[in-house]
Design a protein around this ligand. Sequence first.
Ligand code: NAD
Length: 441
Amino acid sequence: MSQKEKLLTLSTQEFVEYLKNNNINRFYFVYDKKNKKVVSSHKLLNPIADFINKDKRDFNFHEGIFFQISKKYDTLQSAFIHRTNRGQAAGGVRYWSYNSVEDFIRDGLRLSKGMTHKNALAGLWWGGGKGVMAHNPIYDKINSEIRSSIYKEYGEFITSLNGCYVTAEDVGTNVIDMVNIFSRTRFTTCIPFNLGGSGNPSIPTARGVVAGMKAALKYLSGETLKGKTIAVQGTGNVGSPLIKYLFEEKVKKIIACDIFESNIEKLKAELSDKNLEVNLVEKNDMSILSAECDILSPCATGAILNPDTIPKIKAKIICGAANNQLEYPVRDDIDLYKRGIIYVPDFLTNRMGIVNCANEQYGYVNEDPFIERHLQQTWKHSVYQTTMQVLKESKKSGNPTGKVAVNLADRLSKENHPLFGHRGQQIIDSLVANNWHEHNS
Ligand code: NAD
């Protein structure tokens, strides 16, 4: 096995041991624009830089990827900075288990690129980034003392990056973890209400999905939600308020499902006077996706749109909150397009999570115009207008909606911040020039 394959196939904990044995505590990979390639802070890690350079699937000229091993509990911590033309790289930190170093790196590359697209499409003056932390299986994932230490060290790590990455909550991270991060860095959003944060974003996220549905219906038939039948997979934080908003729009019927009985019972009790059919299902039961309905709204987990499910879909529109609904973005996007199904890309319609917390530092106004404009129909970057633009361009160009949305997001993400220009890149350059990787005593 070559050195490259060896490093990439190591488990994240074996990799941590390897780094410690070589006295590496912090390291980075940055894109060297002059030489047009990714370079590493350490020669020893060049095989990983080579792997990133050759990768066509997830690498997309990411500006910088920074890592550290936490001093306590040997946790691999990272910040993936994709593109910062529009502003600091913003996106949550994921705390997850990975099978290999390659899986860890691929997830960070993919997720940070996704944040660039989501933020740019929403018209936010933020770049795209993502934090990734690998759970060290030796230590208890839910022990509060261990978590507090890991997240505080993560906060210090973010501080050391001088603001080119601003973190937030993501899968595996909770609001207490955010408080611990916030105790060590100002470069975070999604802090709790009592510390000046914006609170739970699920209600605005549900409203964003409704806005996407309205645009898709208007585009398809000039109609409204009134009298329509909607199928909703998942009745959690977003699915439940979504169902309530849809009844306010006078839909005829909602068919929904969840894997937790308590969610279902609560919803049934709250909406007993509505035409709501809500079923308890097994985790792998995807029958809701083939329900007779006008709109299908995935609000549970990702990768549910794939060659198994797509041929059975009866809805003409798919519009939901779940992240990464397409199992393989290119393949499944084309498949839906060929079948004449309007797919409203998830990163367009579920933007309100990040929109809600992105600008916490600017304070709050009742019915905040900077939030509300995303949900109204007039602003050019609103969910409604962006959905319309994507659907029209898709028809004109003959390209599927996911591709059109990514192209539009890519264009927008290359616009420089009106005041600060491409400052994130300048910060990365200065970290490298100052040997960032050698400072962590
Ligand atoms: P949640 O965990 O509160 O709700 C998801 C619900 O889906 C749960 O009730 C769960 O039991 C159910 N579920 C899981 N697997 C299922 C299955 N196979 N069939 C039916 N139900 C199933 O999460 P949420 O906050 O409501 O988010 C839903 C989705 O939207 C997630 O993919 C999330 O990443 C995404 N999202 C959420 C927000 C937000 O503001 N909360 C923002 C952007 C994206």
